[in-house]
Design a protein around this ligand. Structure first.
Ligand code: DAH
Length: 338
């Protein structure tokens, strides 16, 4: 090896060995292999060397560079290991790890997704409407007269403008029929608002899922079959479902649907879960009145509608005794659904 290069290498190795931390090691790298480092400056001398010695000189230069690079790397690894070691001292590896909390969907969201999935399989499409409604879409178009108790200020949240917080999702039936071309097959999940006293089964904001099917041959057996299928999918095939005659202004005939709830250690009870019926032709007529194209021809079309309480479904599914648990966001309750 060229003598000059050999002495540069020796000096550089000493510098590297003497480095006490990453910073001084970096200084050593710069002062030897850096652009203006000792080895690089020596390399520049190659042009003054006689031709026959150039090859040997070049080889010495490369050999020195390889040796120094390896020495630098080795020292660097050594510092890294020391740093890792230092970081670990003082840490008690026997401490139990902090538990990781996984997020989960709220039970109401879960039940809504499930209900939507079942009904979409049957061909229902999602529809939407505003929560701040007017009386026409919430009541008038739904054949609900001005003196009906649901329209009372005691039961409904009115704004000074005369608008109101929708008391049911049935207003989405009207919104949809105003623009859609039959056949219509929609579902509309959403919030509804009533001035109810809050207790274990009532909230002033609750969740419904509305359904509407309008076509040429829609019959009562279609309504019954659809909803029985729905509740069997929801709660299991052995669940008993009962249609109880009732009155709603916008359907004729109308029914309330009860599901038989059997809780362990309790006598079985019927729980009301939905209202439904065959769409009253008066509803079609009032919408024809605004559309002016007789698209909902009462001579040709019939329909069924239903509205179910999603909070109720969740309470039945998980035997939840107090509806308030669904809005209190107590993680002791919610974590059970994760
Ligand atoms: N809107 C009714 C309520 O909130 C429920 C209902 C009954 C919806 C009958 C319907 C229906 O679509 O046909 O009590």
């Amino acid at each position: 090896m060229n003598e000059q290069i050999a002495s540069i290498q020796t000096a550089a190795l000493e510098l590297i060995a003497a480095a006490s931390d990453e910073r001084s090691l970096d200084d050593a790298r710069v002062s030897t292999l850096g652009k203006k480092g000792t080895l690089s400056l020596a390399g520049a001398l190659i042009k003054d060397i006689p031709n026959e010695e150039k090859a040997a000189f070049g080889q010495s230069l490369n050999a020195a560079r390889t040796t120094l690079t390896a020495a630098l790397e080795e020292k660097q690894t050594q510092f890294q290991q020391q740093a890792d070691q230092a970081a670990l001292t003082g840490i008690d590896l026997t401490l139990p790890a902090r538990s990781i909390h996984t997020g989960a969907l709220h039970p109401l969201t879960q039940i809504r997704h499930e209900a939507i999935t079942i009904l979409r399989r049957m061909g229902f499409a999602l529809a939407d409407g505003p929560e701040i409604e007017d009386e026409f879409h919430c009541f008038d178009a739904l054949n609900t007269p001005a003196d009906h108790p649901a329209r009372n200020e005691k039961d409904t949240f009115y704004f000074d403008s005369g608008k109101l917080l929708r008391t049911h999702t049935s207003s989405v039936q009207v919104r949809t029929m105003e623009t859609a071309q039959p056949p219509i097959r929609i579902i509309a999940p959403g919030s509804a608002y009533r001035r109810d006293e809050i207790d274990s089964t009532h909230l002033s904001v609750f969740n419904q899922l509305e359904g509407l099917f309008v076509d040429t041959d829609v019959t009562l057996p279609d309504l019954k079959g659809t909803l029985e299928y729905f509740f069997h999918e929801m709660f299991g095939n052995s669940t008993e479902v009962r249609f109880r005659p009732h009155f709603f202004p916008f359907t004729e005939p109308s029914f309330e649907i009860d599901v038989k709830l059997q809780r362990k250690g309790e006598a079985p009870r019927w729980i009301e879960v939905a209202g439904c019926g065959m769409v009253d032709p008066a509803v079609f007529e009032s919408i024809n009145g605004t559309r002016k194209d007789n698209a909902l021809d009462t001579e040709k079309l019939t329909g069924f509608a239903f509205g179910m309480g999603l909070d109720r479904l969740a309470m039945i599914r998980w035997a939840i005794k107090d509806i308030r648990l669904l809005i209190e966001n107590d993680t002791r309750f919610l974590s059970q659904f994760a």
